[in-house]
Write a protein that binds this ligand. Structure first.
Ligand code: BGC
Length: 334
């Protein structure tokens, strides 16, 4: 009997040692490696977010007293390149991956590689399809609620229309003649923003007429060339230019400046430093701010917790459907 009790005590002690021993090796990590891959280095919104992320990582390093190494690779708009970057991070034993997909429909390839190596993944800004998000438990998505952004963009125009109708409905015909600049066709944000900015204007009682529209892939230069052409084709018919992001809005601003026109009815989304500055200078009517610092903090907080094998702080970051973080938005007008 004594022997059996003795063996039981020994077993219990071994179990306690095993549990705590494992726990302590996890918390004893003194450094973590975070592998980031972005779809395109020269995207203003993403590069500003990375700047913010690097500075928040330094704060976190001090707060947690741990070394955090961050590697940011440029996917260069090529999914094969990005897949190779993921493989490299995995082979070098990175602790966590943060991926801004080149082609968001290809997330399964990244997920399968990461799962095989048991390295958690945080996707951001370019959202994998829902089915892929539920492929494995160690996956999260951090991004904006595109519908919320678009509804706020519509609201901003409705507010301006109500308070300064003569500035917005330029020809005073009671109808808002608009042009739409859209982001990449396969990006979840462009599709939803295009639909809901217009829908929220309609829901708010505005009469609308689309003069023209086009896809400028989020890019300032493309948008600028497109608007220049619109000015030739449609002259003064356009009363407002609704843009899926700030960089394209700035392209429209550039085209107006080149044409020597005093036209500022241009709205964006993002709240990039350049976008905010253009609003402050009266070159744009307004933007919807998708707080870059919060994006960066969410990505790094998740990366840290997952690399350390810790729980996510769901009080700070309330998860939607156990998978999604949606960064809050706000209207910014001059
Ligand atoms: C932003 C764009 C950016 C794109 C990149 C969007 O959410 O609004 O400015 O170019 O994401 O994926």
């Amino acid at each position: 009997m004594k022997k059996i009790i003795g063996a039981g005590v020994l077993l219990a002690a071994a179990a306690i040692f095993w549990i705590y021993g494992r726990g302590s090796t996890q918390t004893q990590k003194t450094s973590i490696k975070v592998g980031i891959s972005i779809y395109r280095q020269d995207d203003t919104f993403i590069s500003s977010m990375m700047g913010s992320l690097e500075s928040y990582a330094k704060t976190l390093e001090q707060e947690k007293n741990i070394k955090i190494s961050i590697d940011i690779s440029d996917g260069n708009e090529n999914q094969n390149t990005q897949n190779e970057q993921v493989e490299r991070y995995i082979s070098l034993g990175y602790d966590v991956l943060c991926i801004n997909m080149v082609d968001r429909a290809e997330a399964a390839t990244v997920i399968d590689k990461a799962e095989a190596a048991d390295i958690p993944v945080i996707f951001f800004n370019r959202e994998p399809v829902e089915e892929d998000m539920y492929r494995w438990e160690k996956l999260y998505y951090i991004g904006s609620d595109a519908k919320e952004q678009a509804v706020l963009q519509g609201q901003m125009i409705l507010d301006a229309l109500a308070s300064r109708p003569e500035e917005i409905d330029i020809n005073q015909d009671g109808i808002l003649q608009y042009a739409m600049l859209e982001g990449e066709i396969r990006h979840q944000d462009s599709m939803v923003r295009t639909e809901w900015s217009v829908q929220s204007l309609k829901d708010g009682g505005a009469s609308l007429e689309k003069v023209t529209g086009g896809i400028a892939d989020w890019e300032r230069a493309q948008a600028s060339a497109m608007v220049e052409q619109w000015l030739t084709d449609y002259g003064d018919q356009i009363e407002i230019i609704i843009c899926n992001n700030d960089d394209m809005a700035l392209g429209a601003v550039d085209a107006m400046a080149r044409a020597g026109l005093d036209f500022h009815n241009i709205v964006g989304i993002d709240g990039t430093p350049a976008g905010i500055q253009a609003v402050d200078e009266g070159k744009m009517l307004g933007t919807v701010v998708s707080n870059l610092d919060l994006h960066a903090q969410a990505i790094m907080d998740f990366a840290y917790a997952m690399a350390m094998g810790q729980e996510i702080d769901i009080e700070k970051w309330p998860l939607i459907d156990g998978k999604y973080i949606r960064i809050p938005q706000e209207i910014y007008v001059g």
